[in-house]
Design a protein around this ligand. Structure first.
Ligand code: ZN
Ligand code: ZN
Length: 326
């Protein structure tokens, strides 16, 4: 009887793992509950320091040129060659399933949803609450029924359940052409979950966007791996990469899933991108590092390699960055 029960547990666990996604290198991304408790008891709570924002974005309406604006965290407004993309849109006050608890914003989004131009495409890297904010997605869908929402495999049903219809979901290396722009979903080393029982049931990744005369790459969240070299080999060197530099401390707990600034620079070099902008810092306090440590360590990593700060820039939220096409 006991043997039967053990077999049943064994086979049902196999069944469960079959339904879950894995990293390309099989890097396990599941920390034990004991590790989680250890982090909870030892974790630091850094002082939330408000970084400076810019209101340069207000000029975009009169601008005929192509531009990129960092709205905060991993949210960018990208307007290139007549198509407007919004990445990982998070405009809510907390990155959390509930409105009264969970990580709160240190700074407001540099632009509100009502300030945005007409959005053609929304790209979502994975379903963590600081990247997939269903309230923001619903508001965007209500503003424009033509906006197309690109999400990782396994997340489409969540959007559909909330009444968002114009959606498509992707496995790694799958792509879609929208108005002359090819969007390809690429592998990263991370994980997914929104609740206790859905760990890795949806995929995670980056979005590579090939405009007719410009290539840009949004890396989502990732630990350091060979995935970025593969992305360059398969899709070419991006003109611009948007790379996370925050949420990396303590290393024993975060390293597998989040690059530190030094590794973020290596990601930029692996991609071979001409230019890089930092993201995923200064917006929510998610982990143990001080708010201002990621940009400081990035500057140090750049100077150690003899690279100019303009190779991997720290932007102000709301700053308007013009894009020069090839
Ligand atoms: Zn994440
Ligand atoms: Zn994140």
């Amino acid at each position: 009887m006991k043997k039967k029960l053990l077999l049943l547990i064994f086979f049902s666990s196999l069944l469960m793992s079959d339904e879950r996604f894995r990293n390309t290198n099989d890097q396990p991304n599941l920390k034990s509950f004991g590790d989680f408790l250890k982090w909870s008891f030892t974790r630091k709570r850094p002082d939330p320091i408000k970084i400076d924002s810019s209101d340069e974005w207000k000029q975009f309406t009169s601008l005929k040129e192509n531009y990129v604006i960092w709205i905060g965290h991993s949210t960018f407004l990208i307007n290139i060659e007549g198509i407007t993309v919004l990445t990982d849109p998070v405009f809510s006050n907390r990155a959390s399933p509930v409105k009264i608890a969970g990580p709160k914003r240190i700074i407001p989004p540099a632009m509100q949803i009502s300030d945005l131009p007409k959005i053609d495409v929304v790209s979502v890297s994975h379903n963590h609450y600081d990247h997939l904010d269903i309230d923001s997605l619903r508001k965007l869908a209500a503003l424009n029924s033509e906006t197309i929402f690109l999400v990782p495999k396994g997340d489409e049903k969540l959007l559909k359940k909330k009444g968002i219809r114009n959606t498509a979901e992707f496995l790694w290396w799958e792509n879609i052409m929208i108005k002359n722009v090819k969007f390809t979903f690429t592998p990263t080393q991370h994980w997914s979950a929104r609740g206790l029982s859905d760990r890795n049931k949806s995929l995670w990744g980056g979005w590579y966007m090939s405009f007719p005369n410009y290539k840009t790459f949004h890396a989502g969240d990732s630990g350091y791996s060979n995935d970025f070299r593969d992305t360059q080999t398969k899709l070419g060197q991006p003109d611009l990469s948007l790379i996370p530099i925050g949420a990396y401390a303590p290393r024993w707990f975060m390293k597998a899933n989040h690059v530190n600034p030094e590794e973020a620079l290596q990601v930029a070099l692996d991609l071979g991108s001409k230019k890089n902008y930092a993201m995923h810092w200064g917006t929510f306090s998610l982990t143990d590092e001080d708010t201002l440590e990621p940009p400081r360590l990035l500057q140090e990593a750049l100077s150690k390699k003899g690279l100019s700060p303009s190779f991997f820039e720290i932007l102000k939220p709301g700053q308007l960055k013009k894009v020069t096409l090839n």
